[in-house]
Ligand binder design. Structure first.
Ligand SMILES: Cc1cc2nc3c(=O)[nH]c(=O)nc-3n(C[C@H](O)[C@H](O)[C@H](O)COP(=O)(O)OP(=O)(O)OC[C@H]3O[C@@H](n4cnc5c(N)ncnc54)[C@H](O)[C@@H]3O)c2cc1C
Length: 257
């Protein structure tokens, strides 16, 4: 199918973006493109943020890396973005889809799309990341734990745009694990888990993704299989789904041990 007719605006700066009218944001187009083609989304006006230089910037501070919303998965996979430590970011980016998708898909687009099985959603939640937004009256910081409201639903208000993702740096002693089960490489996962242990910062967190809604977050003494079993029982997943999720969590916990 072909998309319904829409007009396209391509601002090249945040100042120009702020003067844009109302419209559907497109970044890498890897998720929105198919939605337009299948007419699941039929916006009359689309605003591409891919040319806005500020959205592709990366800043490293003492305790965090701030990644522009339009930084691609490929840029992170190729190490063109400073890692937060332990090689976490490039390792995750390399496992997203195929190179062609990674070349265009962006970290901001992935988080905003809020696909329950998205790699960044699960990982960034485990790392304690937050999105930094832009709106006409300023902007705000939204932790990933409250950013996703449900499958394909985020906490952005109309006209609000994600401009960057703030990812705290890991301590040298931090440990992490990540496991996803896919039918074949490059496909979205059917089960996935991320474990991040950073005792120096008192962080013990496990996140189970691909559960059909916002990820399940286990913290502190709840980072164990029994707590995951209880949470998964309430997730609505069938028994096979729960078994797969527990297996993914076990693998991620083993890696982080
Ligand atoms: C074949 C294929 C396989 C894939 N496999 C995987 C996979 O294994 N793992 C995985 O995690 N992902 C996978 N993806 C998804 C991919 O990672 C996309 O890059 C991602 O979902 C969307 O990023 P994007 O930049 O293309 O966003 P777009 O498609 O441009 O936008 C997605 C949505 O987010 C909104 N949006 C985008 N940017 C912003 C912003 N800055 N502020 C506010 N709203 C915004 C758009 O309006 C739209 O609703 C796959 C995609 C394809 C096509």
């Amino acid at each position: 199918m072909k998309p319904a007719v829409f007009s396209l605006e391509q601002p090249v700066s945040v100042a120009q973006l702020m003067q844009s009218g109302e419209g559907r944001i497109v970044a890498g187009g890897q998720s929105l493109g198919p939605m337009l083609n299948f007419r699941v989304a039929q916006p009359s006006h689309v605003i591409s943020i891919a040319q806005i230089r500020e959205f592709s910037l990366v800043e490293e501070t003492e305790d965090a890396v701030i990644i522009g919303a339009c930084v691609t998965h490929a840029a992170i996979a190729d190490g063109r973005v400073p890692d937060i430590g332990k090689g976490i970011l490039p390792a995750i980016a390399q496992g997203i889809a195929y190179r062609a998708v990674r070349n265009r898909g962006t970290i901001g687009g992935s988080l905003c799309h809020a696909d329950p099985a998205a790699d960044w959603l699960c990982t960034m939640t485990a790392l304690g990341a937050a999105v930094l937004t832009l709106r006409p009256d300023g902007g705000r910081t939204i932790p990933l734990t409250t950013f996703v409201l449900g499958p394909f639903r985020n906490a952005l208000q109309p006209g609000e745009i994600v401009q960057a993702v703030r990812v705290p740096k890991a301590s040298p002693e931090a440990r992490w694990g990540y496991y996803k089960a896919c039918r074949k490489p490059g496909e979205f996962a059917h089960a996935m888990a991320a474990v991040f242990l950073d005792p120096a910062r008192d962080i013990h967190r496990a996140v189970i993704g691909a559960v059909g809604g916002a990820p399940i977050v286990l913290e502190g003494s709840d980072v164990r299989i029994e707590s995951a079993e209880r949470a998964l029982l309430q997730s609505g997943l069938d028994e096979i789904g729960r078994i797969m999720q527990l297996a993914a969590l076990r693998r991620a916990m083993e890696q982080a041990a």
